[in-house]
Each structure stands twice: as C-alpha cells, then as structure tokens.
Design a binder for this molecule. Sequence first.
Ligand code: NAI
Ligand code: MG
Length: 484
Amino acid sequence: MSTIIPAKGVFINNRWQPSSSGKTIAMIAPATGKVFGEIARGTAADIDAAVAAARHAFEKGAWGKLTATERGRLLTNFGRVIEKHAEELALLEATDTGKPMKQARADVTAVSRYFEYYGGAADKVHGDTIPFLNGYLVNTLYEPVGVTAHIIPWNYPGQMFGRSVAAALAMGNATVVKPAEEACQVPMRLAELCAEAGFPEGAVNVVPGLGEEAGAALSSHRGVDFISFTGSPEVGTLIQIAAAKNHIGCTLELGGKSPQIVFGDADLAAAVQSVAGAIVQNAGQTCSAGSRVLVERRIWDRFLTDLSQRFSQIRAGTPAMDLDLGPVISAGQKGRIGAMLARAETAGARILARGQIAAGAPGTGYYVTPTIYHEVDPASELAREEVFGPILAAMPFDSEEEAIRLANGTDFGLVAGVWSGDCSRAIRVARKVRAGQLFVNGYGAGGGIELPFGGMKKSGHGREKGFEALYEFGAMKTLIIKHD
Ligand code: NAI
Ligand code: MG
C-alpha cells in the first residue's frame, strides 16, 4: 500500500478528536519495512477524556439506558456491518501486521463472530434465586462493572478488539481501548464503524498511543473499574500492580510455550500437519502457538522426518502473495528472535529443518525463516520462553510421565495438545497438564470464539471467549429481601 494513512486522532464520544499531544507515531508495514501511515500519540489527558466519556455513557448517557436485548441487537447487527466491510478490514489488517490475506480474512470473520456470539448472549446472563432462611427471598444479579479498559496487542488487533470489547459491551459496560502502537488500524476503524452502526456516544472509545504513556495512564486511571490485558508477562505484572492499587479486577492473557505431545500410536499424518500449522500461523506470533513438540522416542525419527519434509515446503511472503506466513511485526521483534536463537545455538540446539522466505518478499521486510530446532535442552531458554516467531523446539520423551513432566516444565500454561490413538491415555495426560485449554487429537491455536480461553501460571488468569468472559465483565450483587 503506497497511500499514506493520516493520523485520525483519538476516538472519543463517537468522534475523532486531535490528541492533546499534537504528536504522531509512524506506522510501518512489516512486509516492506516502509512507513504507510501515522497514528496519534495519545496522552494521559486523552485517556482522562475517554474515561470520562465512558463514565458518562454508562451512568447518564443513552448507552446505560439500553435493555440487554437492545444491546444484544446492536452487537449482532454490528457483526453484519463487519461482514459488509470484510475485505476493507482484512486489507487494513494485512497491511498493518504483514499477515497473509487468508489469515487477515479469517481474523475479520472471527471479529464478526465475536459480535454475533456476544450479541446473542447479552440478554441470557442472569442470576439465581437462593434458598435461605424462612421469610427471605434472595436473588443474585449480574450487573456491568462500569468502565472497562482494554489494552490489546498487535498480533491480532481486530480479533483482540472483538474478543474483549464485544463481551464487555454485551454486559453493558462502556469501554476504553488502548490498541498497540505497532498495529492499530483495525481497532480504530471498528470504533468508527460502531458509531455508524448506532452505538451511543461513549460506549466505545479508542486512544492509540504508546504503552508506557497512554497504556500506563489507562491502567492506573481511577475511573476504570476493570482491565482486560493481553500481552507480555512483564507488562502483565505492571497491569496487575496498577489494578491492585485501585482495588479493581483484571484478566491477564500473557502468552505461553504451548506443547503438543505426540505418542507413537497417534495419527501421525494428522499430527504433522497440525504441529506445523500451529507454529507457522501468524508467523508464530500467537499467544497459543504450539511452540514445543514432544515426541515419543520410538517414533522420533519417522515423525521428525515427515515434519521436516512438511516444514521444507513452508514459505513466507507478503500479504498479497498469501503464502503460509508473513513477516514478524517489527525490526525489534525480528532482532529479539535472532538474539534468542543465537543463544539457543550456543546452548547446543541444532537446526533440523527450515522453511523458506519466498524470492518475491522484499529484503526490507521483517521476515524470519521458519525453523525446527532439535537437541533442545529442556532447561534452556528456547525450551522454556516464548519466542513469538515461527520457531519450533522439538524434544523426545520415553514415558507418559516424562511427557507430562516436560509439558508442565515451563512457567506458562495456556494451551496443550495430546495426540494418541489410545483415548484413555489422551484424556489421562490432558488432565495432568496444567493449561487453560487442552486439545486431544487436534490443535487450534486460539480455539473457537465459543470456547473459554485463558491461562494458568505465568500465562495469566481470568477467562476470555465463550460465556465465561461475560462473568469477568460483570459484578454480582446478592439481593436479600425480608418479608412476612
Ligand atoms: P507488550 O506487553 O509491551 O504490549 C502489549 C500491549 O501493552 C500494547 O498495547 C502496549 O502498548 C501495552 N503496554 C506496553 N507497556 C505498557 C505499560 N507500561 N502499561 C500499560 N500498557 C502497556 O508486548 P510487546 O512489547 O509488544 O511484545 C513483547 C513480547 O510479549 C512478545 O515477544 C511476546 O512474547 C509477548 N506478547 C504476547 C502476546 C500475546 O498474545 N499473549 C501479544 C503481544 C506480545
Ligand atoms: Mg513492550
């Protein structure tokens, strides 16, 4: 895309307004390394204005007066609006993140589904009647928490907006979104489309800007009632501290080092396809990327030969080339990955197989060659830390116990996959692995929008997606009524 997209400002009360900073941040297309636009550099003052707009919408404005059914209709209808703008949104997402068009299109479909799903759910969240003492009627009520903050990352900007904002809106909250400075075109466009689709003023506000500036101002703001964060464990810690200082809740989704465990009796052809796909998807920049493969030693050679063969066909290219993967998000991320791999090689890891960067991919883009490493020491950084690139660490195991020990051998616990033809064993192993989502004989990085998703251990806490997310964005009240 050669057109320069100008900075629009900050989106508050259904209007673009100039940021108080007057400053902008250049937006770089990862596929080419070239500037394609600018965004406003939102400030603490802009965050103040956005939080005030959301507070007003929630307490006094038209948004807070809608019934659950009316909110649901707005959300469901917005799902259709997204479908109508699907190609435009997919192109924007692909330019901003570098991902292949087919991935960008799938992302937009998911955003639309989030609004459709949570639209349908909006008027189906209800409390209980609890048996208590004679002469009492006790009801529980679910109410919105109020103003919710959404600090989202750059890997799936549209999907992250859909997954957290749609659930918060369905519960009746008013939202302030701080998208990532590396990629935020789609969240900004979605906010604009929300206004066109009839969401009342202040329900959806978006302040682009830097993490340590706009992000920190939002997470520490006293007018915020709940924070939904997806990103790095380091920033997750800061978010939790900020939430603690204001005595509010937060969900933290902090990535993983998700294993796929392949037993000798598995459908190996299916496992090969899935293991390759789960690390290559989005260039490995997926919180639930299958970044480790643990293989039973008796099939190690055969499995790794087939997997290497599959990997050798994988190619990275521009969004328009629409190959298996695109570049990583930035020069910084590419450098970070390169440094990690250099340390891994020093620690003894060896390259087993590589994909390719297609000839037509610009040399100025941030492409990383998909690579499988073997002889990876389970105690090393490559085996334990998130690379966030198309890099797979392969390790053998001899017994079920060892497989479980290796699977649980990192600080993370987001997703895991178990491959076995023995159903009892697959279930037994899955139940011993500490992760928020467990796949048996399959692996869907991210899973479906209907499926509760979130971490254990360093992967974070709280659940997004599915019905479960609605309860995170709701506050329960217990109403105790005495009668004669
Ligand atoms: P990050 O955690 O810095 O960024 C995520 C979001 O947090 C962005 O919107 C950013 O602006 C915001 N942020 C940054 N500092 C903040 C602060 N002090 N207060 C409030 N908000 C702040 O992640 P980054 O630096 O982009 O990536 C570093 C690593 O984090 C990646 O290599 C990857 O391992 C992991 N990551 C995991 C993601 C996931 O999906 N779980 C998504 C993005 C990154
Ligand atoms: Mg960061």
